[in-house]
Design a protein around this ligand. Structure first.
Ligand SMILES: [Zn+2]
Length: 298
């Protein structure tokens, strides 16, 4: 089994979950912590890195989220809409993630996912009371001790190949002309990953997959997905067709035609931080002319 080296899965932060329940330790850690700031949309940056600040730099109200430890240092996210730097010093995760260190990627991906969840999870769905952060921001609780945990939505993404080692990619109706990617979809309730792979590929492209192989997973906190990557082979490439609703166009590519279309501007490949790009790149190979593109889509 070949596991992909995925750009947003590079975290080397120890989440140190045992500290979350020790309020005194959290309070002491905050005083000496390295803190990254998130304003609800972007992170405070310095060049191409997250800017790491300390508690004494923070003079505005906001929420602290304990992210973990690395090399003996405690890391927190501080979340406030009020900015600590100038507006131009804030960048979105999509803009900066490809160039971040393993440490900063871990902090930013975890921080954004949990901050977004805090922001939209104000009310207890069991009793209707207000929720408040607890356990270092890893949980929200109401006055009746109902606990709510961050939600993660699993989605499969699959590189479809035929027996000639060509790949099949599709264009969604909402995407611009020539923008193509691999097939993907959310796992439904009561469904296994493998069942989801079969269903999504059949729904979107009309082909039945076999020989499913796991390739790895990557958090995708836009806002709360986890992408689970597979490759799958199909036996009947000639029956592939777009569903006409979600997918409006499909194309088969071998390596030479992919390179030719991408360099001629007839094909916009997915951004470099995406699982789709990593899967296509891994299939395409290293010892070939580099594929163009890879800028963020949004
Ligand atoms: Zn409640």
């Amino acid at each position: 089994m070949k596991i992909l080296n995925l750009p947003l899965s590079r975290s080397n932060v120890d989440r140190a979950a045992h500290i979350r329940s020790d309020q005194a330790a959290l309070e002491a850690a905050w005083g000496s912590a390295s803190i990254v700031h998130f304003n609800g949309e972007g992170f405070l940056v310095e060049g191409v890195s997250l800017k790491h600040i300390t508690a004494k730099d923070i003079t505005v109200p906001g929420e602290r989220i304990f992210l973990g430890t690395h090399a003996g240092i405690f890391y927190f996210l501080f979340c406030s809409e009020t900015m600590i730097g100038a507006e131009e010093d804030y960048k979105t995760l999509r803009e900066i993630s490809a160039g971040l260190s393993d440490l900063d990627v871990g902090l930013a991906v975890h921080g954004q996912a949990v901050a977004h969840w805090h922001h939209k999870t104000a009310i207890c769905s069991q009793c209707g009371d207000s929720l408040h952060p607890a356990l270092g921001g890893s949980v929200r609780r109401c006055i009746n001790e109902h606990e709510h945990y961050p939600r993660t939505d699993p989605a499969i993404i699959v590189l479809v190949k035929d027996k000639k080692d060509r790949i099949l990619i599709g264009r969604q109706a909402v995407w611009p002309q020539n923008r193509f990617s691999t097939f993907a979809g959310f796992v439904e309730a009561g469904e296994s990953f493998e069942q989801c792979v079969v269903r999504e590929v059949l729904e979107e492209s009309g082909v039945t997959v076999s020989d499913i192989n796991y390739l790895g997973s990557q958090p995708w906190p836009f806002p709360q997905s986890l992408m689970i990557a597979f490759e799958a082979t199909i036996q009947d490439p000639e029956s592939a067709r777009p569903d006409g609703e979600e997918i409006v166009e499909i194309r088969w590519y071998d390596r030479d035609s992919l390179y030719a279309d991408a360099t001629a501007g007839h094909l916009l490949l997915p951004p470099v931080v995406s699982v789709a790009r990593a899967m296509i790149q891994s299939w395409y190979g290293k010892d070939r002319p580099p594929l163009p593109g890879g800028e963020t889509w949004r």
